[in-house]
Design a protein. Structure first.
Length: 90
């Protein structure tokens, strides 16, 4: 049973990281940002492998579902993410 709790906690942490990354990228739009900049701006412990890994996974997973574009080194919100953000603001 402990493994299920660990998985659930990890999933919650991943969702929280994705939310923070997406909100940050949306707030910066139309300015493009790199993963390195995200790590520097969002990481509370800048040298932490776990923090860097969480941000890199968030970018990868958000790009995988179409909410971010990760081209070359730049990270940008997708049109779908921008429209959703627009709808939330109305």
């Amino acid at each position: 049973m402990e493994n299920r709790d660990d998985i659930r906690r990890t999933g919650e942490e991943d969702r929280a990281s994705e939310s923070v990354v997406l909100q940050h990228v949306l707030a910066l739009h139309p300015t493009a940002v790199t993963v390195e900049e995200l790590v520097r701006e969002l990481g509370s412990d800048r040298g932490s492998f776990a923090q860097r890994d969480a941000i890199e996974r968030a970018v990868r997973d958000l790009a995988g579902v179409g909410l971010l574009h990760h081209a070359e080194r730049l990270v940008l919100p997708s049109r779908a993410a921008l429209r959703f953000d627009e709808l939330l603001g109305e």
